[in-house]
Design a protein. Sequence first.
Length: 675
Amino acid sequence: MTELVQISLPDGTKRAMEPGSTPADVAAAIGPGLAKAALAARVNGEVRDLNRPFEGDADLALITAKDEADALELVRHDYAHVLAEAVQALWPGTQITFGPATDDGFYYDVKAPEDRAPFSMDDLPAIEEKMREIIKADKPLIREVWSRERLIEKWRAEGETFKAEWAADLPEDEDLTVYHSGRPGEKDSWLDMCRGPHLPSTGRLDPQAFKLMRVAGAYWRGDQKNAQLTRIYGTGWLNKKQLNAHLTRLEEAAKRDHRKLGREMDLFHLQEEAHGSVFWHPKGYRIWRELEAYMRRKMDGGGYREIKTPQMMDIRQWEQSGHWGKYAQNMFAVPDIVPDVDENGAGATPKVAPDADWMAIKPMNCPAHVLVFKQGITSYRDLPVRLGEMGCCHRNEPHGALHGLMRVRQFTQDDAHIFCTESQVVEEVRKFCELADSVYRDFGFTYHVKLATRPEQRFGSDADWDKAEQELRDAVAEAGMDNDEYGWEELPGEGAFYAPKLEWHLTDAIGRTWQVGTIQGDRVLPDRLDATYVGEDGEKHRPVMLHRAIFGSYERFIGILIEHYAGRLPAWLAPVQAVVATIVSDADGYANEVTAKLAAAGIRSESDLRNEKINYKVREHSLAKVPHMLVVGKREAEEGTVALRTLGEKEQRVLPLDDAVALLGGEATPPDLRG
């Protein structure tokens, strides 16, 4: 008698199944509802196709649409394959490469046939229609294992040079999996090489829950030396409701785009002459100054001492710290230039001396902070030492990766480094957690806290990594943040090469998340740069170095704030907090009095005395996102009042001038200075 396979389910029950049974068979045995709802299965922790047989006894969890993260990954993967099938059906001779799921959809890289131009936005409607046709055909998705030789032969015979190259580069001792869309041998069957898993059939996708979004150029294997391809992007969801919600979010995000609002509000601009660096206008720099003053007060209150370190340091310093080996491609190096002067003393083209010393513009502040810490002798009684810097850094980001304020080449961090003893680490990290919490709440953000643990390539011993990771866990627990309220989770392998780190992921007004703050527990850099303190025993010891930031970078944080508030910044941050606008020229003198009184109260204000209709003035200053307008005419001048219009409110209020000044003064006060 054949021995049955024992399948353990999440509820603790077991089912005995015939050899060769599949997760689909288990779902059917439990009930028709589950059989219909099941999309895939987690077998011994691995996500698999529903129709893939068990190899033996197994733990089984069936995946349905309720398991949203797994379900979305599956459907987006399937949409990508349906996209590739549709393109090849419409334009035979198209070569396919690969196409993964993404955070909100999928893409596939393809090469158009030689007899037509690369694919464009104009092709997307036809591709979408063909995709819906494939989905409605409910074609089974069938997994097979092929040898490398068989698959390479197939791809070469069909002119799929990219797929053939890809297959040839995979391990020689590994059989490859392919998936048929449709039954093998049937007329409309289509095949792709893929690890899987997939849904049972194309019909499990919702034909109304995806949309092709755009096309872009791409290179085979991401190398610009290789053939250029077309990348077709789409967004894919479990149902139409989710798709519509996503498209609405995209529309809202477009309205909030900090680059658009930055132009409209006259905050900053970027241009070719300074790739990746920001030209701050007076209004934009006012936001910066308010943030910087706010953060200085927070850091002063937290016991930090501010320093300023050089922009450039000798390459050898970066080699010693380990950064040159890890980040050289993202660093700007500057040689010792020798002026080339002719016999008349006139300058000519500069040249690099053969024995030039090389300097690197700093991409981060930490090595310089170690050098400051090392000046003089530090006792254990002096610890912790908290050194902060509004440090300007440069990173050589690729041109294509630059994005407004969100990704730049020159940026300034609210950076600080805490040098402490082993016994002080947990307390210092706990204090930082509380400081970060107070800052994010002042800006109206909620957030999640995550622990990024050791990467595969790293410096330092496993014992040090064990200790550093546990210290961060303990600190978060002491701060009361290791729970669902704070979205606590661990991110295996995502730490820095020298230290694990806590990350703060902010959630903005339309539900997007932004990773900003971080603190890292580092035992590597103090050792590499020979930082020491004198302990109670009179001997030298290594301090632990905590790298920390709350804003991350001022540029990116300002971009996030602009989008979070849709440009309607809190009054204390607004470049212009109030505009006094006249209805008639007879009120010009009173308007100037009002503006002067606002300025005396510390409110950033301007007067608008132009000979324009008041509705025109209101509309203009509303577009500039000025929080308050104080409208004055002949009556207000006679009565000593103002008509206060607040951005976003339909009704205006008539207030005595002193009351209006007191009200605006309260709103204009930074949150950390309010009583």
